[in-house]
Design a binder for this molecule. Structure first.
Ligand SMILES: Cc1cc2nc3c(=O)[nH]c(=O)nc-3n(C[C@H](O)[C@H](O)[C@H](O)COP(=O)(O)OP(=O)(O)OC[C@H]3O[C@@H](n4cnc5c(N)ncnc54)[C@H](O)[C@@H]3O)c2cc1C
Length: 317
């Protein structure tokens, strides 16, 4: 079977990208993971999830803006997403002054879309404008974690602004060697963390190449966040890990409402709904937009069976 690295490298080849992008054959597989090309289509998908008792984080696909104009455009899109969400009756937050209740529909954004490649000050300015607007709407903005080159700048920026903005938090990736320290740091800063295994192709100098080591780190870091973190998000589809963490939460008598599980749109819907039925908070990451190819390749790399489907189709036709 193909390795994750092989699939990610092959998917990045221009002819492969062109074929997958242009072929109607792959549309159903693309649609399984991506809610739509437009904000309207994705909001329809969000409402369906909200009506099932799931929460949502909405993501406009796209990475690395290369000019201030493109970064401004990305910021305008984020502001528009927040505004449209605030108009959805299904997304109204039931929170009261006394009890924390998580926002039903928030957004996830990327610092490289905010202009991180143009300078940390550019990204900070754009991010803070988005956070100010989200704050005025009583909403939350998650900052996704990208490839390891950006990890230090992302953690530094998020640590810097956390005292000013409680309506944001970042993502930490268990495959990186640095993550135990980052988990401890974010716990001490009372910052909301989403914990993931990590989706990028990383060198062995910064990340565990072995899956078992990543899984071990994930469980260790998730337990630390569940015990001492600030409304952490346990983002995985790994059922064995989820079962172990559910057992841990029961044993430690951790309140189910002090954390949430998160999963990606289209993956393990059965597990998403069964966790909701058991009273857990579950949030679905809903991506949309026409720049879906890098996100789609990462989802293929996680599941060789999906790639086999593409390869068989390519050779058949
Ligand atoms: C809400 C959310 C947000 C994320 N944000 C980020 C981020 O900001 N930065 C980042 O680097 N990564 C992010 N990720 C991706 C993450 O790093 C992993 O690549 C991804 O979640 C797969 O890892 P896993 O924990 O599900 O475990 P795995 O061990 O990869 O998978 C466990 C099981 O889940 C199922 N599964 C997993 N992936 C697929 C798939 N593509 N298709 C079908 N079944 C699948 C399979 O049954 C598999 O056996 C995010 C993931 C989630 C759920």
């Amino acid at each position: 079977m193909f390795s994750r690295a092989f699939i990610l490298k092959t998917a990045s080849l221009a002819p492969v990208e062109k074929t997958v992008r242009n072929s109607k054959l792959f549309k159903p597989l693309v649609r399984r993971f991506i809610a739509g090309d437009t904000l309207d289509e994705s909001l329809d998908a969000c409402v369906v999830l909200l009506q099932k008792g799931l929460m949502v984080t909405l993501d406009i696909l796209g990475e690395n803006t290369e000019s201030p104009e493109a970064a401004n455009q990305a910021k305008a899109t984020y502001l528009n997403m927040l505004q449209r969400i605030s108009q959805l009756p299904e997304a109204k937050n039931a929170s009261t002054a006394e009890a924390f209740s998580p926002e039903p529909l928030n957004i996830s954004i990327k610092l490289t879309q905010c202009g991180l490649d143009l300078g940390i000050d550019v990204a900070e300015k754009n991010l803070c404008e988005v956070l100010d607007y989200a704050k005025s709407l009583n909403n939350f903005v998650r900052v996704d974690m990208e490839a390891s080159d950006y990890a230090e700048r992302t953690v530094a920026l998020m640590s810097k602004i956390v005292t000013q903005y409680s309506n944001t938090g970042t993502v930490l990736q268990s495959y990186l060697f640095r993550t135990d320290d980052d988990v401890a740091k974010m716990i001490s800063l009372k910052s909301r963390v989403r914990l993931v295994k990590g989706a990028y192709l990383e060198p062995a100098s910064v990340a565990y190449p072995e899956k078992e080591k990543v899984d071990e780190a994930y469980v260790r870091q998730a337990k630390a966040l569940l015990e001492a973190g600030h409304y952490p998000a346990i983002a995985t589809h790994d059922e064995a890990i989820i079962n172990e963490l559910v057992k841990f939460v029961d044993e430690k008598k951790i309140d189910k409402k002090t954390f949430e599980f998160q999963m990606l749109y289209g993956i393990r819907r059965d597990l998403q709904e069964s966790l909701v039925a058991k009273g857990y908070n579950v949030r679905i990451y809903v991506p949309f937009g026409d720049q879906w190819y890098p996100y789609f390749s990462r989802r293929l790399a996680e599941r060789p069976a999906n790639t086999m489907f593409i390869l068989k189709s390519l050779f058949k036709g």
